[in-house]
Design a protein. Structure first.
Length: 118
């Protein structure tokens, strides 16, 4: 079956950077787009960014500039890097897979918590 196993995150200080990983098994990762989402306490889940099978990336706010999504098909792993972390970035972060050419996310990671606090 499909598994998305997330790693990274934890407690970080404002201004720090973090890189989250999402390793995929059970599917050919190269055929899927990977999206990243987050859900802050008391808020709805929101889209952060995605990297498609073509390598093209999309972001909820391209002008924001602190988020970078990427992928390594050879390692079956996608990444989300966040720089200059702010307390409002505190959230549960999720990766997800959608079939190439679509934005319908079928498979989800277990989530990883990022807490930004001094």
């Amino acid at each position: 079956q499909v598994q998305l196993v997330q790693s990274g995150g934890g407690l970080v200080q404002p201004g720090d950077s973090v890189r989250l990983s999402c390793e995929v098994s059970g599917r050919s990762f190269s055929m899927y787009n990977m999206g990243w989402f987050r859900q802050a306490p008391g808020k709805n889940r929101e889209f952060v960014g995605s990297v498609w099978t073509t390598g093209k990336t999309y972001y909820s706010d391209p002008s924001e500039g602190r988020f970078t999504v990427s992928r390594d098909n050879g390692k079956n792993t996608g990444y989300l890097q966040v720089i200059s972390l702010k307390p409002e970035d505190t959230a549960e972060y999720y990766c997800a897979l959608a079939r190439g050419g679509t934005s319908t996310y079928e498979y989800w990671g277990q989530g990883t918590r990022v807490t930004v606090s001094s």
